[in-house]
Design a protein around this ligand. Structure first.
Ligand code: PEP
Ligand code: MG
Length: 561
């Protein structure tokens, strides 16, 4: 049987299921002697702290950091004082007090809409649970004793369990609850254990042979012998290629003939900054700031945004950090922004069109970006530009925000580069004109493909037509890159195609000087760059591009590069 979910950590895991039930401890209230309860609570907290400290010492990296933060939370006197106060005021049991006090904080953090605080809420849930288990006199779950080849299956894997995972005995993780940024996924990626979330785990029993494919997001139950063999081979191939790519870590991204191609990361959340650095990115080519506005009830303040942008800028020092201004609308809905339902949201009030109308939100963001520019090589990038007049208005606004900051004696980079995403056919066709107005381009091939081909990506009936390999799309990419080169400005690509092994050589041959992608793809892209000859690719692209008619022709051509 095959179950489909979302892969959050790549790789293939083969083994047997170990179902982890989250233990529920009764927190109902009963009358108790406050002095005795205070002792019980203090002893339980101390013994939990000791257990976590021991685990922290045994762990490394991300895992040690998370466990250490749990110890710090437990040490926080505020939590303990509040629980004790409740026990004294109400003559109640410790379980009840722990339940009430922890839940207050958990609720507060869960509703904050801030991703980091939400993670904090899940930490608190985890600590509360462990404290309650310790109070009940039971042992905490110890997965280090599980046999090799165990695949953890849980509705939700608590952080403290995830933090104890060791690849020596755990081959994969499958959960119902979780996403790309939950602690479990972060840990799984950092230690290279395949993980899939979004699986209805109640269907999986203990001790069932299974295969987890974290790249495809699939879980196979009771696989046949042939199937296991097939996946073992896949496992070997993946491991070999991962190891082979390690030699590209820490080396320059230059072609055989010394042309530098910057390989940057696409990020969207504060957490991604650290991944991008670890992934060996040479900067940030696309910071999708709309994520900072999502899952909350109001727009993030200037200060909140500034802190995140500054963190990204500081993390990359002299390397560029391209911050894209709010790209709301289209498929990115943000409820409090009151975007009316539109017949064709992708053709509607989106991104810069919205920002130029809602200048308050836009100016707040520009202020935050400009302030962060004092701390690194920050660049501003404007999405969905389709007219020269739009970029002129944006530049005027940036100028006025600069004057405002200068009056306030706030530091910023007065020479901050301003660029545009080239993702509408209008901007692509007029690239030679736009190149005279801005400092750089970044081609958004995801949108550019859909707009050139007039294909809604979500519509399966026409999905065949959605291809960046379509010669129409490739020709425009070439035109944009050449227009940038002719005008002496940098042109990058930050859509999915930047990481597509089939397209990278074509992009280099077109004159693209920066590729921005998900961090995990960087080493693979660097391998391609370092094995390419810029001059040769330039000549081949120039010679053959105009003859391509169909996607098939293009694919053959791309394969020949
Ligand atoms: C794009 O359109 O290619 C792009 C990078 O932007 P987004 O996917 O965020 O629309
Ligand atoms: Mg786009």
């Amino acid at each position: 049987m095959e179950l489909k979910g979302l892969g959050v950590s790549e790789g293939v895991g083969i083994g047997k299921s170990v179902v982890i039930e989250n233990e529920e401890v009764d927190v109902s209230k009963y009358e108790a002697d406050p002095a005795g309860e205070k002792d019980r609570l203090t002893n339980a907290a101390e013994s939990l702290m000791a257990a976590l400290e021991k685990k922290t010492e045994e762990a490394a990296g991300e895992q040690a950091e998370i466990l250490g933060s749990h110890v710090e939370i437990l040490k926080d006197p505020a939590l303990m004082t509040e629980m004790v106060k409740l026990i004294e005021n109400e003559n109640c049991n410790s379980e009840y007090a722990a339940g009430v006090i922890f839940d207050q904080y958990i609720q507060m953090f869960s509703l904050s809409g801030d991703e980091l605080l939400e993670l904090r809420a899940s930490d608190l849930k985890d600590i509360k649970n462990n404290l309650l288990i310790t109070l009940s006199g039971k042992e905490l779950m110890d997965i280090s004793q599980l046999p090799a080849g165990s695949i953890l299956v849980a509705e939700e894997l608590t952080t403290s369990i995830a933090a104890g995972i060791n690849p020596e005995n755990i081959s994969a993780i499958v959960t119902k609850v979780g996403g790309q940024t939950s602690h479990m996924s972060i840990i799984a990626r950092s230690i290279g254990i395949p993980a899939v979330v979004g699986i209805s785990t109640q269907q999986i029993e203990n001790d069932v042979p299974m295969i987890v494919d974290g790249s495809q997001g699939t879980v196979l139950l009771n696989p046949t012998k042939e199937c296991i063999k097939e996946y073992q081979e896949k496992q070997n191939v993946l491991e070999q290629s991962r190891l082979a790519l390690e030699k590209y870590r820490g080396v320059k991204s230059v072609t055989l003939d010394n042309q530098e191609i910057e390989l940057c990361a696409n990020i969207g959340l504060e957490l991604d900054i650290e991944y991008a650095v670890k992934a060996d990115a040479e900067g940030v080519g696309l910071f999708r700031t709309e994520f900072l506005y999502m899952n909350r009830n109001s727009a993030p303040s200037e200060e909140e945004q500034f802190k995140v942008y500054k963190k990204a800028a500081a993390a990359f020092g002299d390397e560029p950090v391209i911050i894209r201004t709010l790209d709301v609308g289209g498929d990115k809905e943000i409820p409090y922004m009151e975007l009316e339902k539109e017949e064709n949201p992708f053709l509607g009030w989106r991104a810069i069109r919205y920002c130029l109308d809602k200048q308050g939100i836009f100016i707040t963001q520009l202020r935050a970006i400009l302030r962060a520019s004092a701390f690194g090589a920050v660049k501003i990038m404007i999405p969905m530009i389709s007219a020269i007049s739009e970029i002129k208005k944006v530049k005027e606004l940036i100028q006025s925000v600069k004057s405002e900051l200068a009056k306030e004696n706030v530091e910023f980079d007065n020479e901050i580069p301003v660029g545009i995403m080239v993702e509408t056919p209008a901007a692509a066709v007029l690239a030679d004109q736009f190149a005279k107005e801005v400092d750089f381009f970044s081609i958004g091939t995801n949108d550019l493909t859909q707009y050139i081909m007039a294909v809604d990506r979500g519509n399966k009936k026409v999905a065949d037509l959605y291809s960046t390999y379509n010669p129409a799309v490739m020709r425009l990419i070439y035109h944009v890159a050449q227009s940038a080169e002719a005008n002496g400005i940098m042109c990058g690509v930050c859509g999915e195609s930047a990481a597509d092994p089939l397209l990278i050589k074509f992009l280099i041959g077109s004159g693209i000087k920066e590729l921005s992608m998900s961090g995990v793809k960087i080493l693979q892209a660097r391998e391609i760059v370092r094995n390419s000859s810029y001059q040769e690719l330039k000549e081949k692209v120039k010679e053959h591009l105009d003859q391509l008619q169909e996607v098939e022709d293009a694919v053959n051509f791309l394969n020949s590069l």
